[in-house]
Design a protein around this ligand. Structure first.
Ligand code: ASP
Length: 359
């Protein structure tokens, strides 16, 4: 043995050791060290309205489809469904009666994303978001530019306002004020159209889907018609990377539905993924961000009291759908009584109760 190559450990002084330690980046505190669990296989997680699409797309993910292909297949179903009034075709319009959409997708393996905001007359904004990611050097294209970009790539011009969503909008318009010249609709209008105008904090709805492959590739997408009756030009969290969705193949994926302003102000999806990077489980990370949102709303309610109920809880709903890189999933919500969807090799696509911060 050549002894000159094998320096005995005892010959390193305490000073040498401290010098080496100072040069090495600090490891995360032991309590947050990521747990090494075996990956569960392909997994999907998403909002409640993702179930039908998950039943179609999950078998393909199991068979080896790319997570982004599978996630977009899930949300396409709802974008084209006229009966879901929170996404795509049949979405409740803005103040002016126009259906205006936001969507984004993210690939956590290549760390790339694409999004469109305030886009009109395009049936599948999630696919246009993917084109932004794959066919441009940009992350976000908005408004008329997003529409033109979609048309350039062959997307058809589609009227997204259905009779049902137009009736809901008309009723809102006719009943929102007794100080204008519009008279309330005839009393039988509700029976005829079943149109119920959602209250201020119930005007939400969106679809999110995250997908993780057996090989550890992760991707996600969020798509929405946004807040019902929104001010023209308002953009929610869904196309904002870090707010309405975020994924990173080093840590996991998260996406949100509900009050977009709260997801933007908390940077909620990014915060969840970062907490998982530090070793939190999907459920712990999601609940931690909900608690953070409550603290933020406590401060904001000083100038905007309607954000807080009289019992001290936020007046709005917000949900996060989460998967870590080992395939553990969670769905968390501010208030109880809601569900989300998940699929894994053991149980397939199914609806599960969200874990609520407040019952
Ligand atoms: N988060 C969406 C937005 O604020 C809407 C929703 O999920 O209800 O635009």
């Amino acid at each position: 043995m050549n002894t000159s190559d094998a320096e005995p450990r005892s010959s390193l002084s305490r000073r040498d050791l401290l010098g080496v330690a100072a040069a090495v980046p600090l490891a995360a505190p032991a309590i947050h060290a990521p747990k090494r669990r075996r990956r569960k296989g392909p997994v999907m997680v998403g909002s409640r309205n993702a179930l039908a699409g998950m039943k179609l797309a999950y078998p393909k993910l199991l068979a080896g489809a790319a997570p982004l292909d599978a996630a977009i297949e899930v949300v396409r179903e709802v974008e084209a469904d006229p009966n879901d009034s929170s996404v795509g075709l049949g979405g409740i319009p803005n103040e002016d009666g126009k259906v205006v959409l936001d969507a984004a997708c993210m690939d956590g393996t290549t760390h790339n994303s694409g999004a469109v905001a305030a886009i009109e007359n395009i049936l599948h904004p999630s696919e246009v978001a993917r084109l932004v990611m794959e066919r441009t050097d940009h992350c976000l294209i908005v408004g008329r530019g997003a529409y033109d970009f979609a048309r350039m790539h062959g997307h058809e011009h589609v009227e997204l306002l259905t009779d049902a969503s137009r009736e809901i909008w008309l009723k809102w318009k006719e009943t929102m004020s007794d100080r204008d010249d519009r008279l309330p609709p005839p009393v039988d209008a509700d029976e005829k159209h079943g149109s119920v105008v959602p209250s201020r904090f119930e005007r939400h709805g969106t679809i999110h889907c995250s997908a993780l492959s057996a090989a550890g590739e992760v991707a996600c997408t969020t798509t929405t018609s946004g807040l019902a009756f929104k001010i023209p030009g308002r953009v929610g969290d869904s196309p904002i990377v870090g707010a309405g969705l975020y994924c990173d193949a080093e840590a996991g994926s998260a996406g949100s539905t509900g009050r977009g302003e709260a997801a933007i102000l908390s940077n909620g999806s990014f915060a969840i993924v970062e907490l998982m990077r530090q070793g939190r489980s999907p459920e712990e990370a999601g609940l931690e961000v909900l608690r953070r949102i409550v603290r933020q709303v406590e401060r904001a309610s000083k100038w905007q009291p309607a954000l807080m109920r009289s019992d001290g809880r936020p007046a709005f709903g917000i949900q996060f759908y989460i998967v870590d890189m080992q395939g553990a999933t969670a769905g968390v919500t501010m208030h109880g009584g809601r569900t989300y969807c998940a699929a894994d090799p053991d149980d397939g696509p199914r609806e599960i109760d969200l874990v609520a911060l407040f019952d």
